[in-house]
Design a protein around this ligand. Structure first.
Ligand code: ZN
Length: 248
């Protein structure tokens, strides 16, 4: 099996908030880590043009990824406008084809904004299809197959009806919280904006509060929660628990 994990989420900083600690632990376990975003985060500003903030945020994403030895990718879609359509799906399949992940993290089906829900669909389709020889013109790398697929928490852990999602898998990230916080702090443009707005370091604090919430439910200081996709053709063993010795 390829020890290659791909986080495919909508925006720069989603990975650092939702699954960064687990990515750190996988990197420490010798996995090759790839962090991909659908957009460059071009709406994450009150003052700059889309191309200015997009350039800044992709550099921040690259810096965060590189801090754990990971590779950053961006599909170049636009904030608010991510679509599940053929051109975007082709770009997604091509990305999967080049990375050949055996483990994938993406957004849950229901989340607070549609970019996340569209990326969920793109990730599911690409996970299922990227190993089919005719799905992409990129060469089929050894080990390309339907990967283990996990859904990160929706933002704040709640679905659009306000219900707290019940995870299948909870990963202890207590020992890597410093590294996770450092990754998130690389997104300085977002951190400073929130700090100016809230008068406190809300960016990092909100991430920690969620880690504590998920940790409490499993008797841990800090945790990240996931739901494993168990549809037809997907691996059913809980590889995160096998690898990281985590709790349910
Ligand atoms: Zn997002």
């Amino acid at each position: 099996m390829n020890k290659t994990v791909l986080s495919f989420l909508a925006h720069p900083d989603d990975a650092e908030i939702l699954c960064g600690g687990t990515l750190v632990r996988l990197a420490e376990a010798g996995w090759s880590v790839h962090i991909a975003t659908a957009t460059a985060g071009d709406c994450g500003t009150m003052t700059q043009t889309p191309w200015e903030i997009g350039a800044t945020r992709t550099q921040e994403g690259k810096k965060a990824a590189e801090s754990i030895g990971a590779t950053y990718h961006c599909l170049g879609e636009k904030d608010i406008y991510v679509c599940y359509d053929q051109p975007t799906l082709q770009k997604t399949v091509d990305l999967f084809r080049r990375v050949a992940p055996s483990l994938v993290f993406t957004h849950p089906a229901k989340d607070y904004m549609m970019d996340h829900e569209m990326v969920h669909l793109l990730a599911r389709a690409a996970s299922f299809g990227y190993g089919a020889p005719n799905a992409s013109t990129f060469p089929l790398l050894p080990g390309s197959h339907v990967p283990h697929l996990y859904y990160c928490d929706p933002i704040e852990g709640v679905d659009p009806q306000g219900n707290l999602v019940t995870p299948t898998t909870v990963i202890d990230v207590t020992a890597v919280m410093d590294k996770k916080s450092h990754m998130l702090a690389c997104h300085a443009s977002q951190r400073e904006w929130l700090r100016a707005h809230h008068g406190m370091d809300e960016y990092i604090e909100a991430m920690k509060r969620h880690g504590i919430l998920r940790g409490k439910q499993a008797g841990l200081a800090y945790a990240e929660a996931f739901v494993q996709h168990l549809g037809h053709a997907y691996p059913h063993d809980d590889i995160l628990v096998e690898l990281l010795g985590s709790k349910k």
